[in-house]
Design a binder for this molecule. Structure first.
Ligand SMILES: [Zn+2]
Length: 483
């Protein structure tokens, strides 16, 4: 993996209190409101620790919740709620990550962005916005071009992790040396998530003269755009595998749409506001499908952060806006298009046979230069989604959350395992006695221990008896409800 760079810049965390403060009826430990604590109570009455699901609804709780007493005991905060006397207990480490404080203490609380990549957190911060990304201009990303090797991607978990991180952070990665075989793009997609099949099947051939008829299937240049903008939701990841390149031309052009939108916001905030608030319809129709999606060109989250770009001039439908607003929209749309086309925004490079480009379709705008040579240029495209990629990455970063690995570790400590001679025997016996035997048939017998562990991590356990699906709350969170 080259092109790996430093983590995105840190965002300020929330101040925290190390110690629970004396609680009034409205405010409670760590500056959290009493109703917040009660809604998120981790007692066995309120919370199913096996699957991380809440068991009570908001209407099950008293309207006027208060904190009667709050007491810290070791790593726990024990709370008695009013008016009903309900008892809850929280793990301090868990609670402190949500702390909202305004005073002295500092302490062990943390915001996910402060100490670890935010896309890795389970705390609810949105990893899809500009805040979680490293925005780039062409010059900046050219020096740290995100690329990897498909053979290494398959064999080396650290390399795979670096490549997937690049997609979340930079918006794309190019994997080299993917076999030039039809359908190989599906193997790549399946290694990171679930293929988003369409009415055209699991993948499409992009070749001059192929169907469906659109500009992509000619030799004409394509301005950078969102793929499949007419779908709702659109696929959030596109994979483009080059089986053969053009005789001349056909270079890929990528633009960081978040960077371009942020630049527009800085230069022309009124244009940004128009594009973030005007609804635009993108549509496509042929004999097999009639698709349409109506969204703003620049999607922002409730805090105004850029979260999604949807730009595709080929599929944009006539606006249904009052004349003044239509004029303002087209002016803003032109300003954005000019920003995208400015020198320094567009990264141009040639996908060579065996290269597979993977990009975030909510952020990266993908185009190409015109080319000659007719049908020689042959790409295959398929789609998958960002949440699957993020999940794959999270499980790699947190193997302790993986049921099989935990079970293997537990097994290795068991009397049954300690009765056999070597670590290899432990593994062998584990495979043949474990609940996962059937799911491990695809593991090669020649696998060495590191490979086998990687295999176990990737082929996640679905066993409910041994493993706890979802997050495992801190064990100290359990408590006895009084009511
Ligand atoms: Zn409770």
């Amino acid at each position: 993996m080259t092109g790996e760079a430093e983590k995105p810049p840190e965002r300020p965390g929330y101040p925290v209190n190390a110690e629970p403060s004396s609680a009034g009826p409205g405010r409670a430990p760590f500056g959290l409101p009493a109703i917040w604590l009660r809604v998120n109570c981790r007692c066995a009455h309120c919370w199913d620790s096996r699957n991380g699901e809440r068991l009570v609804s908001i209407t099950d709780l008293p309207r006027e919740v208060s904190v009667r007493t709050a007491r810290r005991a070791g790593d726990r905060v024990e709370i008695v709620f009013g008016p009903d006397g309900h008892r809850g207990a929280f793990d301090v480490g868990w609670l402190s990550q949500f702390a909202i404080g305004d005073d002295e203490a500092g302490g062990e609380g943390r915001h996910p962005a402060a100490g670890e990549p935010s896309m890795d957190s389970l705390t609810g911060e949105d990893d899809r916005t500009e805040d979680a990304k490293r925005l780039w201009s062409a010059d900046e990303i050219a020096e740290a071009f995100p690329q990897g090797s498909w053979p290494l991607f398959r064999a080396d978990a650290a390399h795979r992790q670096a490549c997937l991180t690049a997609v979340l952070r930079d918006g794309f990665v190019v994997l080299r040396d993917v076999p030039r075989e039809p359908g190989a793009v599906l193997t790549v997609a399946q290694s990171i998530g679930f293929v988003r099949e369409t009415e055209r099947g699991p993948f499409l051939d992009v070749q001059v003269g192929a169907l469906p008829p659109s500009q992509a299937f000619t030799g004409r240049p394509l301005t950078p755009r969102t793929a499949q903008a007419f779908r709702d939701p659109p696929p959030t990841l596109e994979l483009l595998h080059c089986l053969d390149d053009a005789a001349a031309g056909g270079e890929s052009m990528l633009v960081d749409g978040f960077h371009a939108a942020a630049s527009l916001r800085a230069r022309d905030p009124a244009a940004f506001a128009v594009l973030a608030s005007s609804e635009v319809t993108f549509a496509y129709a042929d004999a097999r499908a009639e698709l349409r999606a109506t969204r703003p060109v620049i999607g922002v989250d409730p805090r105004g952060r850029i979260r999604e770009i949807r730009l595709n001039g080929n599929h944009m439908q006539p606006l249904r806006l009052p004349p003044d607003e239509a004029v303002a929209f087209y002016a803003a749309y032109r300003a954005f298009a000019e920003m995208i086309g400015r020198p320094g925004q567009m990264l141009t490079f040639l996908l060579r046979p065996g290269d597979c480009l993977i990009f975030d379709n909510t952020r990266i705008l993908n185009g190409r230069t015109g080319f000659t040579g007719g049908r020689k240029r042959h790409l295959q495209v398929c789609w998958t989604d960002l949440d699957g990629l993020a999940s794959t990455l999270a499980l790699m970063r947190h193997p302790r959350r993986n049921g099989r690995l935990r079970s293997l570790r537990n097994y290795s400590r068991s009397p049954r395992a300690s009765a056999v001679a070597s670590p290899g025997d432990v593994i062998h016996n584990f495979l043949h006695t474990s609940l996962f035997k059937d799911r491990l048939r695809r593991a090669r017998r020649s696998m060495l221990l590191p490979e086998l562990l990687t295999f176990l991590i990737e082929d996640r356990c679905l066993c409910r008896e041994t493993c706890s699906p979802g997050g495992r709350p801190p064990s100290s969170a359990a408590c006895s409800p009084q009511d």
